[in-house]
Design a protein around this ligand. Structure first.
Ligand code: ZN
Length: 243
C-alpha cells in the first residue's frame, strides 16, 4: 500500500490544494492527515470539507481541539489564541461536530499515528533525536508518524539506544527496511523548517520507501486572505519565510 501523509494544514487552502494536486499525480491508495486542519489560517471551512472528502484517516490536533472548545486557550500564544477564536466564530456547525469526533492518535497496519507524539499525542514536540528515540521506544509499529512541530523529520533506530537521521528536507528518501522509523511530513499550511514550500510525505509500505516532498504554492493569495480576515499580520508574514 502507498500512502500520502499530510499534517498541520492550518486552514491554508492554497497550500492544501497544491499538495493535493501533487499527491494526485502519484495516485496513492490512501491519504492520512495527522491533525491541525484548522487554526492560524483563513479558510477553515473549505479545508475541513476537503479533508473530509479526501482522507481515509484524520487525527485532531491541539488547534482543532482549541477551536471546538476542548482545550484551554490559555495554553496558546497570543496569535494562536486570536486565530482560534476567529476560527471558532466562522466554523460551520457541521465541521465543528466532525472535528469533535476525531482522536489525536490512531493505529493502522504497519503504522502508529500521533498528532504530536506517543509521549503526549496532543502537545509534545519531537524536535530532537532523543525525543524521537523515546517515542520509538513507546511504540511497536515499523513506522511512527507524527506532526505538530511543522518540521519535516526522519529518525530511525535499529534497537536499543542506536539512533540516526534528523531533518528531512524536500527530496529526502529513506529505506524503511531493517530499522524502525519516526517520520514527520512537515506542515502543509505553515512550514517552520526554513522552506516556505508546502510539505507532504509518500510512504510506500510495499517497497519499504518513504519520500519527502515540497511544492511551491500561491503564498501571496493566502497572505491576502489572512489580512482580509483581520487575522494577525505576523501569521501572513511568516509564510513567506517558512518560519
Ligand atoms: Zn500545527
Amino acid at each position: 500500500m502507498r500512502v500520502a501523509v499530510v499534517s498541520d494544514i492550518h486552514a491554508n487552502l492554497h497550500a492544501f490544494e497544491a499538495v493535493l494536486a501533487d499527491i494526485d499525480r502519484e495516485s496513492p491508495d490512501e491519504l492520512w492527515c495527522l491533525g491541525d486542519v484548522v487554526g492560524y489560517g483563513p479558510r477553515p471551512n473549505e479545508c475541513c470539507a476537503l479533508v473530509r472528502e479526501r482522507t481515509n484517516v484524520v487525527l485532531c490536533g491541539n488547534h482543532d481541539l482549541a477551536v471546538i472548545g476542548s482545550l484551554d486557550l490559555g495554553e496558546f500564544s497570543g496569535d494562536a489564541a486570536t486565530a482560534a477564536r476567529w476560527t471558532s466564530a466562522v466554523l460551520e456547525d457541521d465541521h465543528r461536530a466532525w472535528l469533535s469526533g476525531l482522536r489525536p492518535a490512531e493505529t493502522r497496519e504497519h503504522a502508529e499515528l500521533f498528532h504530536a507524539s506517543p509521549r503526549d499525542p496532543v502537545w509534545d514536540y519531537v524536535l530532537s533525536k532523543q525525543v524521537a528515540l523515546q517515542s520509538l521506544h513507546l511504540t511497536q509499529a515499523p513506522v511512527v508518524l507524527v506532526g505538530h512541530s511543522h518540521v519535516a523529520l526522519a529518525v530511525a533506530t535499529a534497537g536499543g539506544d542506536e539512533v540516526s537521521g534528523g531533518l528531512a528536507p524536500g527530496g529526502t528518501e529513506v529505506e524503511l527496511t531493517a530499522r524502525r522509523w519516526l517520520l514527520n511530513p512537515g506542515s502543509v499550511g505553515q512550514p517552520r523548517d526554513g522552506d516556505a514550500k508546502t510539505a507532504w510525505l509518500l510512504v510506500d509500505f510495499k517497497s519499504d520507501r518513504a519520500g519527502f516532498r515540497r511544492v511551491a504554492y500561491d503564498v501571496d493569495a493566502t497572505q491576502a486572505e489572512i489580512r482580509a480576515a483581520g487575522l494577525p499580520d505576523s501569521l501572513a508574514g511568516r509564510l513567506a519565510h517558512g518560519l
